[in-house]
Design a protein around this ligand. Structure first.
Ligand code: SD4
Length: 341
């Protein structure tokens, strides 16, 4: 019998655990029990610790009289504008040609509306462009030159196609590649996916990323794809993804999470079941570096990752917190920038 790699073995062992409660105990960091994973609307759930200020900005928008889509947009705008974030917005890691190509999408539960853009260069706020596509065109998804022409026509804010720091790092990567030193082709990468529940019971979501570092030009990940990086179903709940997009988009990951919620699973268990389903089908097993957040109409929420340490942010009028999610293996995911594969 061939030896099972340790990580695969751990994954298989962990996957046999019956409920997410057991997974909580397996994790190093304290984690609230599933029964405590619920909150009062307006409620915002976002990927990674940098989702916390984004959630808080979104809540402030609501408290200042703004609408739900304004909240999602403003919250994600904050992350997109953060010069220290290497994986969202124009400060992100560029593609293999040294150009940052941004992907984003937004969904409104009411009306089941969606807008998305991909491979957008030189614009600061792809989530805002995605929203404009949703609200002013009969289309859902604009890509590349068409998306940029749309953004130019609508006068969206521009910015440099790569930051000076990222350009320098890219040059070194390129040099190493030319010397066949073979550095990792895709460095850390983390996306903001935000899902939101309003007091009237309506659900919304948005997702924005610079995608995998040093990706091939034109490569589009899961993040702007409705059902993969984000999905909102106003009857059930909403989910978003972060991690290696190729390992989410082949499985319609966020749609899958929502479908498990439709079957009655708590959002956290829905995230776990989606990961289990994906790992069962994928030859890599749990070695996928993917994570989900989810929220349902009742205000219950949760998250899970293939690795341990994926953190997510939850904000309501009562509290704003960063929580640890259950990981399905002991491989390290985070806390930020952890998807190094
Ligand atoms: C992508 N899913 O482009 C995004 C990147 C990401 O954590 O979320 N990284 O594949």
């Amino acid at each position: 019998m061939s030896a099972m790699p340790r990580r695969r073995f751990l994954a298989a062992a962990t996957a046999t655990l019956a409920s997410s409660k057991a997974l909580h105990r397996a994790s190093a960091a304290p984690m609230p029990p599933v029964s405590e994973l619920s909150g009062r609307a307006p409620l915002f759930v976002s990927t990674w610790p940098f989702g916390k200020p984004a959630n808080e900005r979104a809540l402030l928008t609501i408290q200042s009289g703004g609408g739900a889509l304004d909240a999602v947009e403003h919250g994600i705008n904050l992350t997109e504008a953060d010069p220290s974030n290497p994986s969202v917005g124009l400060a992100g890691i560029p593609n293999s040609e040294g150009v940052v190509q941004l992907d984003a999408c937004i969904m409104s539960g009411p009306g089941h509306k969606a807008g998305a853009v991909a491979a957008v260069e030189g614009f600061r706020h792809p989530i805002s462009i995605a929203r404009r596509v949703m609200e002013t065109t009969k289309h859902v998804f604009l890509v590349g030159e068409g998306a940029m022409e749309f953004a130019r026509q609508h006068d969206f804010e521009r910015g440099p196609k790569v930051s000076p720091g990222q350009r320098e790092a890219w040059r070194k990567w390129k040099d190493a590649e030319a010397r066949k030193a073979r550095p990792k082709a895709d460095k850390g990468h983390d996306t903001i996916a935000m899902v939101a529940l309003m007091p009237d019971g309506n659900l919304y979501g948005g997702c924005s990323t610079s995608g995998r570092g040093y990706k091939l030009p034109g490569r589009v990940g899961d993040s702007p794809i409705i059902g993969s990086g984000l999905y909102v179903d106003n009857e059930v709940g909403a989910a978003g993804a972060t991690g290696i997009g190729e390992n989410v988009m082949r499985f319609c990951g966020s749609f899958l999470v929502v479908e498990f919620m439709r079957q009655g699973l708590h959002p956290q268990d829905a995230c776990i079941e989606a990961i289990r389903r994906i790992a069962r089908l994928d030859p890599q097993g749990f070695d996928l570096s993917i994570n989900f957040v989810a929220l349902d109409r009742k205000g219950r929420f949760g998250a899970a990752g293939t690795g341990s340490g994926f953190e997510y942010a939850v904000t309501s009028p009562d509290s704003s917190r960063v929580l640890q999610s259950p990981g399905l293996t002991s491989a390290s995911t985070g806390p930020v920038g952890g998807n190094q594969k």
